[in-house]
Design a protein around this ligand. Structure first.
Ligand SMILES: Cc1cc2nc3c(=O)[nH]c(=O)nc-3n(C[C@H](O)[C@H](O)[C@H](O)COP(=O)(O)O)c2cc1C
Length: 194
């Protein structure tokens, strides 16, 4: 533990706040690949998320080229089924341009509370992961599109859907641009109780 300092005076406080504010979702990436080591290091940090009962409910699936090609084709198929051919072509083309793919799953449980808490931990893990990547200049997008609930996706990845569910499909890479974002003021979301 670091020394307790007066409010707001920790050396890294403003820095860490700026990093949390500065992480941005983007889907426009440069072709340049992110190293396997950086992704491995991000997963190492991700697993330090808070986790009730230390169930470590997460699993990370890092896609290679073949899996990316197969996934892009499935995205095309699903979009053609649910939208039309033009949308399918657009979605497949956009997906094919994404350099990094990481699927994060959570272990299923018959215990509803346990599964809820496990899901919460997985979300915290993804936040750890994306903040770490962001600090390395790598942006990401957490997606929960149709494919993440499609049985064909589980089949393709050889994941048992009775055992795991998808928390997020994380697209990542060096960003072409980072969008701007805003949030409500703290006074709108904070109720100070007596
Ligand atoms: C659980 C979860 C699911 C998300 N799924 C999608 C998605 O399917 N498509 C999408 O465009 N963005 C998705 N996002 C990203 C949000 O749209 C994004 O976080 C939001 O626009 C705020 O932008 P920021 O991350 O840059 O602050 C998801 C985020 C979370 C936490």
């Amino acid at each position: 533990m670091s020394e307790i300092l007066p409010d707001g005076e920790s050396r890294n406080l403003q820095l860490i706040a700026e990093r949390m504010r500065g992480r941005r979702t983007t889907k426009l990436f440069l072709r340049q690949r992110v190293s396997k080591k950086l992704v491995h290091d991000a997963i190492e940090v991700a697993r330090w998320a808070p986790n009730h009962h230390l169930t470590e409910p997460w699993h990370f699936y890092s896609f290679g080229d073949e899996t990316i090609v197969q996934t892009v084709e499935l995205i095309r198929t699903i979009a053609a089924e649910t939208k039309d051919e033009d949308v399918a072509e657009f979605k497949a083309k956009s997906a094919a341009a994404i350099p990094g793919w990481l699927l994060v799953t959570c272990k299923k449980s018959d215990d509803e509370l346990l599964q809820r808490e496990n899901y919460a931990s997985c979300c915290c893990a993804i936040q750890n992961l994306t903040l770490y990547l962001s600090e390395a200049g790598v942006a990401s997008k957490w997606t929960t599109g149709l494919i993440t609930r499609d049985e064909r996706f589980f089949d393709l990845l050889k994941i048992d859907s009775s055992d795991e569910f998808v928390v997020g499909l994380i697209w990542y890479g060096y960003p072409k641009i980072l969008p701007t974002q805003s949030r409500k003021g703290v006074d709108e979301i904070l109720t100070e109780m007596i």
